[in-house]
Ligand binder design. Structure first.
Ligand code: ZN
Length: 246
């Protein structure tokens, strides 16, 4: 049952506790699927350490498999892990309450180095053209206290963030998809980026960012959009830090 049908059912059954229904509605992985997510999460972390934080944003799926097969510090991806990655890329996440658009159709999507620019001191890349221009304009309009916190993310990077979130949510797919887009559904793969306040660390990825001067100034810029505003139709949480390239 997807979230819209679920809400329709709640409306039809007002005497049943909404809390109880919400727990019933959340979609969980099975114990064996959760075990696969757990080993996959560890392997992706080893891969990230091996290739380096910045490179990890760009490497492709087949490159990830290659590194796993050839370097014992990572270890080959198991058939179950490969099956899980294919599933998480291919499946329709509507049943988890995620209604965003698919942004990528190729599991082995390639990001060409010539198409991206590395942003100094961030470990992140932006697509050349509108995204890079927008970021430079934001820095000049808002000031040097603003910094890129996440840029281009190819499929493997988005997969690793998603798998780590599923793991930390104890296999609750419904909970995971409200805070991180599935690997085929991220706008970071094709255009968007995140910004934050220098020195603010993880707080840049909380609603607190909406109370900063930096955010206040960003809302006045007409050349960028806000992809995940409050109560957005995609079913994603409010993300004031996420810049929509328009
Ligand atoms: Zn983002």
């Amino acid at each position: 049952m997807n979230r819209r049908n679920f809400l329709a059912c709640v409306a039809l059954a007002p005497t049943i506790s909404t809390n109880l229904l919400a727990q019933d509605y959340d979609v969980f992985l099975s114990p064996s699927e959760f075990t696969t997510v757990s080993t996959l999460n560890s392997r992706l972390k080893r891969l990230k350490r091996f290739v380096g934080f910045a490179n990890f944003n760009l490497i492709s799926y087949n490159q990830a498999l290659y590194y796993g097969r050839n370097y014992s510090r990572i270890g080959a991806f198991s058939q179950k892990e490969i099956g899980m990655m294919e599933r998480l890329f291919d499946e329709n996440p509507n049943d988890y309450g995620f209604f965003g658009e698919r942004t990528c159709t190729d599991l082995d999507n390639r990001v060409a180095r010539k198409d991206v620019e590395k942003i100094p001191y961030t470990g992140h890349y932006l697509y050349k053209g509108k995204a890079e221009e927008d970021y430079k304009k934001i820095v000049s309009d808002v000031g040097e206290s603003i910094i890129l916190t996440s840029g281009v993310r190819n499929v493997v990077k988005q997969m690793s963030l998603y798998v780590n979130k599923i793991y930390n949510c104890g296999g609750n797919m419904t909970k995971a998809t409200t805070s991180i887009a599935p690997p085929a559904y991220s706008y970071h793969t094709i255009s968007d980026f995140d910004v934050g306040r220098k020195g603010w660390g993880y707080k840049n990825f909380t609603a607190d960012f909406a109370h900063t001067d930096e955010f206040e100034q960003m809302t006045k810029l007409d050349y960028i959009g806000m992809r995940y505003s409050k109560n957005n139709a995609d079913g994603v949480r409010f993300e004031p830090w996420h810049v929509e390239v328009i």
